[in-house]
Ligand binder design. Structure first.
Ligand SMILES: Cc1cc2nc3c(=O)[nH]c(=O)nc-3n(C[C@H](O)[C@H](O)[C@H](O)COP(=O)(O)OP(=O)(O)OC[C@H]3O[C@@H](n4cnc5c(N)ncnc54)[C@H](O)[C@@H]3O)c2cc1C
Ligand SMILES: *[C@@H]1O[C@H](CO)[C@@H](O)[C@H](O)[C@H]1NC(C)=O
Ligand SMILES: *[C@@H]1O[C@H](CO)[C@@H](O)[C@H](O)[C@H]1NC(C)=O
Ligand SMILES: *[C@@H]1O[C@H](CO)[C@@H](O)[C@H](O)[C@H]1NC(C)=O
Ligand SMILES: *[C@@H]1O[C@H](CO)[C@@H](O)[C@H](O)[C@H]1NC(C)=O
Ligand SMILES: *[C@@H]1O[C@H](CO)[C@@H](O)[C@H](O)[C@H]1NC(C)=O
Length: 527
């Protein structure tokens, strides 16, 4: 069926029901529309029989729509990182092969949602690594699983790379490593591109190139109308900025054109440190993060990990020094950490792919998971207070079966936040005036649904105590990293009033009837 037929179907449906139709739905789309063998009459008949949107999609897309207990459907659910997302059971899973498939499906869902409100809700899923239920999956709705949009194509001049949204970073890096190139992306092999980039993105290369979203030269986006547009510095620049942090609020990104750069093997890995020198380590972290001469090749994740059985903590630092050709072993910038006695070390020179595979071992799929986050001014005292809050709030849940509880501190110095300005701007609301910051991530893992409420309550208590100590120490910051936020946090509000207003304006412009606000309820929405 041609788009013109669908447009007339939409107009008919809108006329019959008296509902206003998104004006963009009738805007002609300037590329070849996805052909299908079905007639307007057939689809119209389906909709008039008030069948659910999955049926309409099945008519148009056949076997690209799958249902419970089919191999495709079950594999899609089993590939979510957390059990909470895996437990959400959509009516059907749609697995498009092309951007035109995505476009036609969004058009059908948009129309269907207007004819039968509440019946054509959908979710957008790339790597499926958001921990909480419903971010990239939906009960009684359509989950658009982009898993087949996973190409990696380097430009002829090797300065850019096009990546499909459902790439896992391992797939991107292994192809780029082979060509002596890289791009800014996730640090864990299994994580997806789509969510990570549109939510901001922290990379080993962030001190060199900023947040991952700052490295998007152009987004290819399917809007609510089904129209496929580019969002970049010269075409729809307000949408370009909105998608740099605005997550799933504006459309479905079907391609990211990223900056690429020469990169070879580099030095890094994990070291374990004894917790008895904690205060020294936290001071080293503050010095590292706050240095006026921050070394742009230095990337650090400092993690405190609880052993719930004994109540004791240990420290693991992910240290990466991304200088290559040649790689630099044991660079001075890390020596306040590397000179301390180590309980273990995996430091070595190897590829980016190898480093991200290593980080994936400590983040296995298939557990109940919670992320929660805070951002604070760089202060060893605050990091100690958060550790103490993490230790005191966990005591009442230490007996939760399968509990894992860890705190990660990541430098977010001005060398990172300054990059947004020079790369066209983003929506995160961070800049050099925020000073050097520390991103704090709590990761909790446990076995049983019955403990969900207790674990969430302990996490809330932790961040409430962390907020109180930040206030006392004068190190508060409203920013919450969206990709680390718990469902009870509001990261978009933390972008600040001006950014929120710009995001709302972009939503009004590109999605005037609010399809991505109302029909896509999952994840972090504009409010
Ligand atoms: C093990 C692990 C390691 C991590 N490591 C890092 C790291 O190194 N750096 C970092 O910054 N973050 C990291 N994160 C956080 C990560 O950025 C988020 O979990 C992110 O959401 C993952 O993206 P995804 O595509 O896998 O997620 P999904 O759950 O598929 O999507 C996340 C959100 O984005 C939306 N979305 C997805 N694709 C699209 C699209 N194409 N168009 C529009 N909206 C879309 C979804 O609707 C959903 O709301 C990590 C997370 C985990 C679990
Ligand atoms: C899927 O299979 C399981 C058991 O194999 C069964 O309990 C369940 O009802 C099936 N679901 C559907 C929707 O058919
Ligand atoms: C921006 O989009 C326009 C329109 O599609 C395109 O011609 C241009 O090449 C894009 N710019 C970049 C940097 O990709
Ligand atoms: C290492 O520690 C010393 C103080 O012990 C400090 O002056 C220096 O800035 C630190 N170096 C880095 C790179 O953090
Ligand atoms: C953690 O809290 C427990 C209970 O209050 C206390 O006994 C223990 O000493 C604390 N551990 C650390 C490292 O602060
Ligand atoms: C938690 O689940 C894991 C994986 O299923 C299992 O190995 C472990 O024994 C469980 N722990 C408890 C205390 O039940």
């Amino acid at each position: 069926m041609l788009r013109s037929s669908l447009v007339s179907l939409a107009v008919t449906a809108a006329t019959v029901t008296g509902l206003a139709l998104d004006p963009r739905a009738t805007t002609p789309y300037d590329s070849t529309w996805h052909p299908s063998t079905y007639t307007t009459a057939q689809v119209q008949s389906l909709l008039s029989q008030k069948l659910r949107c999955c049926t309409a999609l099945s008519v148009v897309f056949g076997s690209k729509v799958s249902y419970p207990n089919s191999t495709t459907y079950d594999a899609s659910l089993l590939s979510y990182w957390s059990i909470q997302e895996e437990e959400v059971t959509p009516t059907c899973v749609f697995t498009p092969s092309t951007k035109e498939d995505v476009s036609l499906a969004v058009f059908v869902l948009n129309v269907g949602g207007k004819v039968f409100p509440g019946r054509c809700n959908f979710a957008v899923r790339s790597g499926g690594h958001t921990p909480f239920a419903g971010a990239a999956n939906i009960e009684e709705g359509v989950t658009i699983d982009l898993k087949n949009l996973n190409s990696v194509i380097v430009s002829a001049d090797r300065t850019t790379v096009n990546i499909g949204p459902a790439n896992r970073w391992q797939n991107v890096y292994s192809q780029l490593d082979a060509q002596g190139l890289s791009t800014s992306g996730g640090r864990v092999a299994t994580v997806g591109a789509g969510g990570l980039i549109t939510g901001g993105g922290i990379s080993f290369f962030s001190p060199r190139y900023g947040f991952v979203c700052d490295n998007v030269l152009s987004f290819e986006v399917v809007l609510a109308s089904g129209q496929i547009v580019s969002a970049n510095a010269t075409s729809n620049p307000d949408l370009w900025r909105a998608l740099r942090g605005g997550s799933n609020n504006f459309g479905i990104v079907t391609n990211f054109k990223m900056r690429a750069f020469a990169q070879g093997e580099f030095w890094g890995g994990y070291i374990g440190l004894a917790v008895d020198s904690l205060q020294t380590q936290l001071q080293a972290f503050e010095d590292f993060t706050g240095s006026p001469n921050y070394d742009p090749y230095a990337s650090l994740i400092y993690s405190l990990v609880l052993d719930p059985a004994s109540g004791t903590w240990s420290v693991a630092c992910s240290i990466e020094y991304t200088k290559s050709n040649p790689a630099v072993v044991n660079p001075p910038y890390f020596q306040n950490f590397t000179s301390l006695p180590q309980t273990f070390s995996t430091l070595r020179v190897s590829s980016l792919t190898d480093k991200t595979v290593e980080l994936a071992y400590s983040n296995p799929i298939g557990f109940r998971q919670l992320f929660a986050t805070g951002t604070y001014g760089n202060s060893a005292k605050q990091m100690l207070a958060i550790y103490q809050a993490g230790n005191s709030t966990v005591q009442s849940i230490r007996n939760v079966p399968g509990l894992q509880w860890s705190l990660s501190y990541q430098p977010e110095p001005t060398i990172i936040t300054s990059k947004a300005v020079t790369s066209g701007g983003n929506s995160l609301g961070l800049d050099v005036s925020d000073g050097n910051l520390v991103n704090v991530l709590l990761t909790a893992t446990w076995n049983n649904t019955a403990d969900d409420a207790r674990v969430n309550a302990a996490a809330k208590a932790l961040f409430s105590q962390a907020g109180a100590s930040a206030k006392k120490l004068g190190v508060t910051n409203p920013y919450l990293y969206l990709n680390y936020a718990a469902p009870w946090q509001d990261p978009i509000a933390g972008y600040g009033a001006a950014n929120v207003a710009a995001l709302k304006a972009a939503s009004a412009e590109y999605d005037p009837s609010g399809v991505f606000q109302k029909q896509v309820p999952g994840g972090f929405k504009l409010k």
